[in-house]
Design a protein around this ligand. Structure first.
Ligand code: PA5
Length: 435
């Protein structure tokens, strides 16, 4: 179970201010539960943990089973909320070197349609040309340029190399139930397909097949992920000032009002790098509106202590940190002794790397707090499927609460739509000439 510690952040906040923000957060939670806020029609995420039934789990696992052993690689096509949840879970749960020849029982997962870099794409096609592969094409709208281009190339390649019948076995789509080009194409080609409910926006969709199918295909236990999310639904929708989602939202808002405009999500385990990317998207796209909102960014420690550490310690005092700490896994790696102590670290002899990492966590927290950077900590226990299910739901809830306290609609993304429209206009998409 996630444990939240806000002690080193509350020291920076006036008691009255926190009290006010707690009350506002509780009100915001009621607005969410009643579905009466702006964007209330996009509140489907609230009950998603309960919607993950055995049938959905079986469907995903069936595809995972079919592709295990028959394809070397599965390409996940999608951008933003259509791939970040799956990617962050797969990175968090996989062996760090699974992409570098470690023996694996499941297909390797790679990504496409999450950018427009031609070099990335031509490298990908070269990589795939030596391998058998399957594709999961994900786009809620079914009209986003990046995944549409990627899908066009991969569909053509699979059909050319393996024939239409095999392509049908190796292409699965996840899109809107009724509208969009991907739905049309999918129905036309009779692909296996899942739909994303109308009431769920991309960045809140990880607990739909958008996240579940790729995670299952990568060999992980989606039933355990659902279990974590179900428990989280009960815990984090409680109308109680001790509810960690309420407290986290309130502390963030109190910090924001005191001039802390940037939140740095930090970790001490590289496997959590993409979880921070998911958080950046969740918070950035949900709350950065009406010229308001905390700017979410991320750092991987201790790596970034040797780059961003200087600014965090001593730059402008507009920052606060939110650390996500896990128990530490892997086998114990004990540091040995070197004759003559030539590298100067014999004082560490007999300690484990984990011990040293823990000292770095403590030392960093103290240095940054002393330097004027409030610090929030989440202790998440073991990094596994159940924990991830809980974390996804926790942060979705806390973020929605923040949105209503801030006075923005957390479930739209007009800013992103602006860029999409400009891209269509510049490329001459029919219907966008006037713009
Ligand atoms: O969170 C969101 O809604 C966005 O990040 C979308 O997921 C992203 O823009 C991709 O959109 P689509 O799934 O429609 O291709």
């Amino acid at each position: 179970m996630i444990r939240l510690n806000t002690e080193n952040a509350e020291n920076f906040i006036q008691k009255d201010s926190l009290k006010r923000e707690l009350a506002k957060s509780l009100d915001a939670l009621q607005t969410i539960l009643n579905g009466t806020g702006e964007g209330g029609e996009k509140m489907g995420w609230l009950n998603l943990p309960l919607d993950i039934d055995d049938c959905m789990i079986d469907e995903c696992n069936k595809i995972a089973k079919k592709w295990k052993g028959t394809v070397d690689v599965v390409v996940i096509i999608g951008i933003g909320g259509s791939y970040l949840g799956a990617k962050c879970a797969i990175e968090a749960l996989s062996h760090t070197f699974s992409a570098y020849g470690m023996e694996r029982n499941y297909p390797q997962i790679v990504y496409a349609g999450n950018g427009l870099c031609q070099e990335y794409f031509s490298d990908l096609m070269e990589f795939l040309s030596q391998r058998t592969y399957a594709v999961i094409a994900i786009s809620k709208s079914g009209t986003t340029t990046e995944p549409a281009i990627a899908f066009r190339f991969l569909k053509e390649d699979i059909e050319k190399r393996f024939g239409k019948a095999i392509a049908r076995e190796r292409i699965v789509t996840i899109t809107d139930a009724r509208s969009g080009a991907l739905r049309k194409l999918s129905d036309q080609e009779k692909y296996s397909s899942f739909y994303i409910p109308d009431s769920v926006v991309g960045r809140y969709s990880v607990l739909t097949p958008v996240g579940l199918l790729p995670i299952a295909v990568a060999g992980f236990d989606i039933a355990a992920l659902a279990k974590g999310a179900i428990a989280a639904r009960k815990r984090y929708t409680a109308d109680d000032a001790d509810n960690p989602a309420i407290r986290y939202a309130a502390v963030r808002n109190a910090l924001y009002l005191s001039g802390k405009k940037i939140e740095i999500f930090i970790n001490f385990n590289p496997k959590l790098h993409y979880f921070s990317e998911w958080l950046k998207q969740l918070y950035g796209e949900s709350l950065g509106k009406k010229h308001k909102g905390i700017f979410p960014t991320a750092a991987d420690f201790t790596t970034d202590l040797h780059s961003m550490g200087q600014y965090i310690q001593d730059g402008e005092r507009i920052l606060f940190e939110t650390a996500i700490l896990e128990n530490g896994g892997g086998r114990m790696m004990t540091i040995g002794d070197i004759q003559g102590n030539v590298d100067g670290i014999n004082y560490l002899t007999g300690r484990t790397i984990e011990d040293v990492n823990k000292a770095a966590i403590e030392g960093t927290r103290k240095a940054h707090v002393d330097g004027g950077v409030p610090n929030i900590v989440f202790e998440i226990g073991s990094l596994n499927e159940e924990t991830l299910g809980e974390m996804f739901y926790f942060f979705e809830t806390a973020c929605a609460i923040d949105g209503y306290v801030l006075g923005v609609n957390p479930f739209d993304q007009n800013g992103v739509e602006e860029y999409k429209k400009n891209l269509f206009t510049l490329l001459g998409k029919p219907g966008y000439e006037k713009k």
